[in-house]
Design a protein around this ligand. Sequence first.
Ligand code: SAH
Length: 222
Amino acid sequence: MNDPRFAGIGMTSARTRDRLVQRLREQGIRSAEVLERIRTVPRHIFVDEALASRAYEDTALPIGFGQTISQPYIVARMSEALLQSGPLHNVLEIGTGCGYQTAVLSGLVTRIYSIERIEALLQRAKLRLKELSVKNVRFRHGDGMEGWKSHAPYDGILVAAAPLSVPEALLTQLAENGRLIMPVGGEGGQELMRFTRRDQKIEKTSLGPVSFVPLQPGVVAG
Ligand code: SAH
């Protein structure tokens, strides 16, 4: 990460990022490793240049195709929830989007498999992560509702878009003691959920109300 573009100036500088991390701490994010990733991953390179000055505000921003880059608080909250019970080696991410959450996670886990249904977004995300020299991510253009069976079981699964109910395939691909963090519910009524597989059963916990774009079936080419 030693490209001068990544260091940022003015509204993308280290000082602006420190302020974001301080805000996240005040909002209850405790994990030092997650906060450190949020401080070091240059969020401004994942958004349009015209929006770069807003990249360290704690807000979702448009990334095209009707999708958004997740709010930093949500990225931090989901990463923290995923990592709470110890280090993770094999992680599945659904909804790569611009690749920001992927970049944050890539420094916190051994390996990530990331699926995105909109090909143009996936190509852009791949490029960004290459620029950041991230090497532990494999990407797939596909429908994440089906998971990615050939690399299962996963000790962590993170989903960045909300279905009305949890896709069965994702629960099936979860390892023993593995956890799935995902929003569930329709517009205006979503909850962030944690599903944990223990002794062949699935434990279910709500982590509070959230607002995500919908998880959609099928793929978008081009
Ligand atoms: N963490 C991403 C969030 C992007 S928004 C970021 O910070 O950029 C959610 C993404 O999920 C969108 O890019 C959307 O296209 C994708 N998505 C929605 N349904 C999907 C599905 N069934 N399979 C894979 N990706 C999906």
